[in-house]
Ligand binder design. Structure first.
Ligand code: AMP
Ligand code: ZN
Length: 475
């Protein structure tokens, strides 16, 4: 089966052909560990995970790298502003190393909870200073760099085709206002190495041929990706915000060093944005974390479902109501799957290619069409609801679907928990649901209080409700 991926370089879907037969090399720009990842950031790691699982299903071996940015990412993309790690450390009165350690730990925990597979390598920028210095030396030798008061810069005018990924018209950009130039010669030039301030010491700084300082953020990703995947590799992923600056710079400096094409397929995930009402609360901006979801009683898989239910190249508007609906849907799938299991036994996964014309083949075809997970979920729902389809077939399909979607579809613990509800509580809840359907909100509120007194909270979805024991959060 053909895998088609939307390649930002070409601005269209292309058939994916790996460079080296059976092996696929992928690099994903990882977190800047000055704060916990927010749910928007986390969206950008879900689609590469589905991609990996799809590639494996197609018989490829995958080598995946996600880096950790623990130095060099400034508060402004224009090479001004402060290092995010140093700033966070200063305002918390802690060391930058300590801050990084804490957020790396949280990031790993977020990946685990979202069933995002760990990469094969997770290199830290601060462990690869020598590689970055070496890269800058080569660029210097080849005449791509110049020095200013505050650092060593890449001269983008020396790299023909600079900005092709972003379709940046460099001349236009140079006329336009509002880019802080400092000592830069061209607006698109960027720092490879920044000097430490003369009057103070940074927490993270290193000796280099150009003086004490630290590497720029872009050079990190080039140095680490090429160290672990080679000068040319198959796929590079990140959020769409990386197209105009970070990834354009990665391409320029990497290709300037090696003289070879850097990456064949560039995949970019669109942003998660917050719905109106969410902008208000304490989570101003876009700083909802997975922890906050769990604190509000949501299972991380509900968030994964929400993400998979929209295409990775479309904006996803987050609201708590949408998350609740995703959760209800996930529970609905689990219920249908459990009903389909012959005596509770989970069938074995099918080995090799799914037979032509099978439901499994249609599902795989959907994800092979530029990771169309909403379509795959739609097909899956239709099959599970199909009264004419044998239970065994549904169960086999569910195993296949969960290998790619990784939604914990066979985790029935919450279903069982809600079934242990005592009959009098169930009765109150049914009465409340009926009152709510009749829009008798006074009665439904009274019944909610009675349920709370009985030790249960109730969450409403579009098509039904769920009871949760108050002493048992879900997480
Ligand atoms: P950072 O930790 O800031 O370096 O970003 C980590 C990843 O999250 C990058 O791939 C960004 O492009 C991505 N990203 C940042 N904000 C969002 C958002 N609101 N929605 C989706 N991805 C995002
Ligand atoms: Zn990067």
């Amino acid at each position: 089966m053909e895998l088609k991926l939307y390649n930002t370089l070409a601005r269209r879907k292309e058939v994916f052909l790996p460079m080296d037969g059976g092996r696929v090399l992928i690099y994903t720009c990882g977190p800047t560990v000055y704060a916990d990842a927010h749910i928007g950031n986390l969206r950008s790691y879900v689609f590469p995970d589905v991609l990996k699982k799809t590639l494996r299903r197609l018989g490829y071996q995958v080598r995946h790298v996600i880096n950790i940015t623990d130095v060099g990412h400034l508060t402004s993309d224009a090479d001004t502003g402060e290092d995010k790690l140093e700033q966070a450390a200063r305002s918390a009165g802690r060391t930058a190393w300590d801050i990084a350690e804490e957020h790396i730990g949280h990031y790993l925990e977020d990946l685990r909870r979202l069933r995002i597979e760990l990469p094969d390598v997770m290199p830290r920028a601060t462990d690869h200073i020598a590689e970055q210095i070496e890269m800058i030396r080569v660029l210097e030798k080849k005449g791509y760099t110049y020095r200013t008061d505050d650092g060593v810069y890449f001269d983008t005018s020396r790299f023909p085709g600079y900005g092709a990924l972003a379709r940046i018209k460099v001349e236009g950009l140079q006329e336009g206002a509002r880019v802080e130039m400092g000592g830069k010669r061209h607006k698109t030039d960027f720092a490879l190495w920044k000097f430490s301030p003369q009057d103070s010491r940074r927490q993270m700084e290193w000796e280099s041929p150009w003086g004490m300082g630290f590497p720029g953020w872009h050079v990190e990703c080039s140095a680490m990706s090429m160290k672990y995947l080679g000068p040319s590799f198959d796929i590079h992923t990140g959020g769409t915000d990386h197209i105009p600056v970070h990834h354009s710079n990665e391409i320029a400096q990497s290709e300037a060093v090696t003289g070879k094409p850097f990456v064949r397929y560039w995949l970019h995930g669109e942003f998660l944005v917050l719905g109106e009402e969410q902008r208000m609360g304490k989570s101003e901006g876009n700083l909802i974390t997975l922890d906050e979801l769990v604190e509000r009683g949501f299972e991380p898989m509900a968030y994964r479902y929400l993400v998979l239910n929209s295409h990775y190249r479309k904006y996803l508007t987050f609201t708590w109501q949408a998350l609740q609906s995703a959760d209800t849907a996930l529970m609905g799938l689990r219920r249908l799957i459990r009903d389909a299991l012959p005596e509770g036994t989970v069938p074995k996964p099918i080995a090799g290619d799914p037979p032509q014309g099978s439901l499994e083949a249609s599902l795989l075809e959907a994800v092979c069409d530029d990771l169309n997970t909403p379509k795959a979920l739609g097909l899956f729902w239709t099959a599970l609801r199909d009264g004419a389809l044998a239970a065994g077939k549904k169960a086999t399909l569910a195993v296949f679907a969960d290998e790619i979607l990784a939604l914990g579809l066979f985790d029935f613990s919450r279903l069982e928990q809600s079934e242990d509800v005592p009959p009098e509580i169930r009765h109150l809840a049914e009465k409340r649901w009926a009152a709510r359907q009749e829009r008798n909100f006074a009665e439904s509120d009274r019944l909610r209080e009675a349920l709370t007194a009985g030790g249960y909270s109730v969450r409403d979805g579009k098509d039904g409700y769920e009871l949760v024991r108050l002493d048992q959060g879900r997480g």
